[in-house]
Every structure is written in C-alpha cells, then in structure tokens.
Design a protein around this ligand. Structure first.
Ligand code: PGA
Length: 276
C-alpha cells in the first residue's frame, strides 16, 4: 500500500474575522513549533482572510486550505466568487469541495462539486471532496447507498482527470457535524475506520486500486481533543477536518496533540486497523 499523506485542517468557516484569523495563525504557529508532527496541518480561513493568513503561514510548514472555489477554471462574470487563478496566486494547497453546508444551503449537486474539484486541480491545489450521509439516511440504513452515489457521480466526471495523489476524500456524516459540545452520540473510531474501508472499496471498484490507493481518507464531524486520539489510532483514518474545536488556537492545539497520541498508539501496536 502506498504511503499517503495525513492532513488535519482547522476550518473556520465564517466564524473568525480577518484579524482574528491572522492572530489565531500566529498562536497556532507558536504552539506547533519545535515539535515533530506526524501529519500536515492545514488552515481553512474565510476567503476574506486568505491573503493575510497565507502571509502568516509562510515558513511555518502549515498549508493554506480554501473553503470553496468557483467551478469554472477560467474566470468569467460570476460576482462574488473566488476563482482558481486567485487561489493559485495566493498559494493555496487544498480546496474543500462538497461540504454538506454547501450542498444544503447553496444547492450544490454532485456535478457542480466535481467541476469544483477539477477547478481546484487547475489551480494546482488538491481537492478535499466531502461526502456523507444525513441522520435520516443513516436511520433508514442508506449510508452505503448515499456514499456510493456521491462517489460515483464525482468519479464519473473526475476519473479521467485524476492521475493519482491529487485528491483527498473526507467522510463527514452530516449528523455528526457541529455536535462536539452537545450530548449527541458521535461515531467511535472503529466505526469510522470501518466506513473508510468501505469507501476505499467503492473507489477501487470505480477507478481501480492504483488510483484508489493514492487517496487519503479523512474524517470530519465534531473532531476534538476528546476523541481525536481514538479516531487516529486506526490506520484507516488519515486526517481530519476540525470545525468547532478549531475556533480557538488552544482547542485546535489540543486536538492536534490528541491526534498525535492516537497515531503513536497505532504505531506502537504496529499500525492498528479494524482488521486486527
Ligand atoms: P465540526 O465541523 O468539527 O464543528 O463538526 C466540521 C465540518 O463542518 O467540516
């Protein structure tokens, strides 16, 4: 199996202003320095803060992650949008596409999402494709069908564009997003690992094992310092999108530290997997 990158991203959505974003990056940079991290760390600020955050990220080793992109690779007349050339100019490394909030509130379908993924690749960035089931779909036992549909429609369009190591997939169950301070049950690390194995099997069917094995599978949904050690103790989980728990530098740093402990636990067990 090829060695895939592991990536943990702070997603600030619209929660932090420009000044708050720049200040937060400075504090995270101080918090991570002089430590060895077994994963890459990404920051996904609000678009208004891309330039300021990109400047702060320089020489920190952290990556800039865009929250969105216009689906056209070439800029045209799309008021208010951020294009691939703008993201290329600012030095963006990854672009999140298909997030459930974009699907729900901005009516983005799998076709638009696939085009956005293509635009990200044109910008020289890697798309992080989010897929996930709703609470109703989970309760109706439709999780596997939903994931297969989302993956099929995206890979039908993207399959011929991809040539390996250009895409990450984030499993983000809609029912687990932004529940980190509530008592709602969250998935256990083993459950996520199981779903990741299933997702990889679907991708293998769709595009073959060589491309499928180049794609890191990451998880998002209320990841925090409380659960990251469990989630990262399974080799099937190769990263995280961290929303609520990244809103303060301290809680994001606690999440990174827990993820590191999980990966160390995994290594000490000889790469724990659901198959162990
Ligand atoms: P959360 O957000 O960590 O607050 O659940 C994750 C996301 O929206 O991707």
């Amino acid at each position: 199996m090829s060695k895939r990158e592991t990536l943990i991203v702070a997603i600030w959505k619209e929660k932090l202003t420009y000044k708050q974003s720049v200040a937060a990056v400075k504090r995270i940079a101080q918090g991570i320095q002089k430590k060895q991290w077994p994963f890459l760390i990404g920051i996904a600020p609000n678009p208004f803060a891309y330039v300021g955050v990109a400047n702060e990220l320089r020489d920190t080793g952290m990556r800039l992650v865009a929250q969105n992109i216009l689906w056209e690779a070439e800029s045209g007349s799309f008021i208010g949008e951020v294009t691939s050339s703008m993201l290329g100019e600012v030095g963006c490394d990854y672009v999140i596409v298909g997030h459930s909030e974009r699907r729900r509130y901005f009516h983005e379908d799998d076709n638009i999402i696939a085009r956005k993924a293509e635009a990200a690749i044109a910008a020289g960035a890697k798309p992080i494709l989010c897929i996930g089931d709703s609470k109703e779909e989970k309760e109706a036992g439709k999780t596997a069908d939903v994931l297969r549909r989302q993956l099929t429609e995206t890979f039908d369009r993207l399959g011929s564009v991809l040539n390996g190591e250009q895409l990450l997939i984030a499993y983000e169950p809609v029912w687990a997003i932004s529940t980190w301070r509530s008592n709602r049950p969250l998935p256990e690390g083993a459950e996520i690992a199981e779903l990741h194995a299933h997702i990889r099997a679907i991708i293998t069917e769709l595009v073959g094992s060589s491309l499928a094995n180049s794609i890191p599978l990451i998880y998002g949904g209320s990841v925090s310092g409380d659960n990251a050690a469990d989630y990262f103790s399974y080799e099937e989980t190769e990263g995280a999108l961290v929303g609520g728990a990244s809103k303060t530098p301290e809680s994001f740093l606690a999440t990174l530290a827990a993820a590191k402990r999980g990966m160390e636990r995994r290594a000490s067990k000889g790469n724990a997997s659901i198959h162990d």
